[in-house]
Design a binder for this molecule. Structure first.
Ligand code: FES
Ligand SMILES: [Fe+2]
Length: 386
């Protein structure tokens, strides 16, 4: 009797581990990376709006630049030197020394300054040169090209504006969860996309039923579908740089289309300008916060970083499961974005979602020099309710 009971327990345990393994680690849909033809990519980029919209963007995570360290970071077709002085504060400037263009990523951090490896000019954290070791007559305007930057959200942010205008919005107090949630992990990927395609995805209601309807769990997805109920709000006035997208994802039986109670989840996704998205996931198995950053490196080349947080005490396997689920859904989108072109005049019908409203909202991030394609907000055809 005891032997049977032991066998039963062992079988149950093996089954439980197998199910957890499948749920958490195995995904049927894998992202297919494709080779890129640089010549064709140039042509593809011509159909897109300019690659660098205005806004705050992440250069790197705070923990990637330690005290006394300097790193080189690419963004907006430029190269930056990011360093951390002995007082623990970061400095950001153009990577090329204004003297004879030596690379300041090879510089030494001395106190709170950066000392160029070529002739020893010293720069403070805003890029101003305040000491030349062999010359007592300081030239006027001796400074490396400087940028408006700040450190917040566990990131080093830089303000990009095509006409060098100062920041038109701030980031303070926007993610209060970061004060109490625990940081779990980060990932990085380089995508061959334009930032605007990502933003338009949230307003493209019709694609949810096609791209994101399949559960990513093998076997279970033969019986169960995901049903999305989505909505998006575009804010105005002082908060016009934000938009908020909500997705209620419910699990339904494939055959009857009946909802499986308590099995779904909710995601509230807030856009902070063109460079940041914060996903707030709420499900029965836990909460998770995903800070997603997009930094454009060049035409159709974007660095995407994910930073995962969760309330203290959240079961780690729940986080892993939510991360995998979100990641798998996202990779399905990426496979489409990396192969698509930009529809300047899309043919929209009822049910497509407020794609043109999203374009109007997004146009605030383009200015004269990085002017968006003319007529971008006018579709070829619009349905009455679109
Ligand atoms: S190039 Fe930097 S000090 Fe000369
Ligand atoms: Fe999508």
């Amino acid at each position: 009797m005891l032997l049977y009971f032991g066998l039963f327990l062992l079988t149950a345990l093996v089954l439980f581990v197998a199910v957890m393994y499948v749920l958490i680690f195995v995904r049927e849909k894998k992202r297919v990376r494709r080779e890129f033809d640089p010549e064709y990519e140039k042509k593809r980029a011509e159909h897109y709006p300019p690659p660098f919209p205005n806004g705050w963007f992440s250069l790197c995570s705070s923990d990637s630049v330690k005290k006394g360290q300097v790193i080189e970071v690419d963004a907006f077709g430029e190269k930056f030197a990011v360093f951390r002085g002995e007082d623990g504060k970061v400095g950001v400037m153009d990577v090329y020394c204004p003297h004879l263009n030596a690379n300041l990523a090879g510089a030494k951090v001395q106190g709170n300054s950066l000392v160029c490896p070529f002739h020893g000019w010293e720069f403070n954290r805003e890029g101003k040169c305040d000491h030349i070791p062999y010359c007592d007559k300081m030239p006027q305007n001796a400074a490396a090209r400087s940028w408006t930057f700040k450190e917040t959200w566990g990131l080093v942010l830089v303000w990009y504006h095509a006409e060098n205008e100062p920041p038109s919005w701030e980031t303070d107090g926007e993610i209060p969860e970061l004060d109490t949630y625990k940081f779990h992990t980060k990932t990085e990927d380089i995508l061959r996309i334009h930032l605007q395609d990502f933003a338009e995805n949230g307003a493209d209601f019709a694609h949810f039923g096609f791209v994101h309807n399949l559960l990513t769990i093998p076997i279970a997805n033969r019986f169960i579908d995901v049903r999305h109920t989505v909505n998006i709000d575009f804010y105005e006035g002082e908060r016009r740089h934000t938009a908020s997208f909500t997705d209620q994802a419910d699990l339904v039986w494939k055959k009857s289309r009946e909802e499986i109670p308590h099995a779904g989840g909710n995601a509230v996704v807030t856009f902070y300008g063109p460079g940041f998205l914060v996903f707030r996931f709420t499900t029965k198995i836990g909460k998770m916060l995903l800070v997603k950053t997009f930094t454009p490196l060049g035409p159709l080349k974007v660095r995407m970083n994910d930073y995962i947080y969760a309330p203290k005490g959240t079961f780690p396997l729940s986080i892993k499961y939510l991360m995998n689920e979100a990641g798998a859904q996202f990779h399905d989108d990426i496979n489409i974005w990396e192969r698509k072109n930009f529809a300047i005049r899309p043919m929209l019908v009822k049910g497509d979602g407020p794609i043109m409203k999203m374009r109007t909202w997004y146009s605030q991030f383009y200015s004269d020099k990085n002017n968006a394609i003319k007529g971008l907000t006018k579709p070829a055809m619009t349905a009455e309710n679109n």
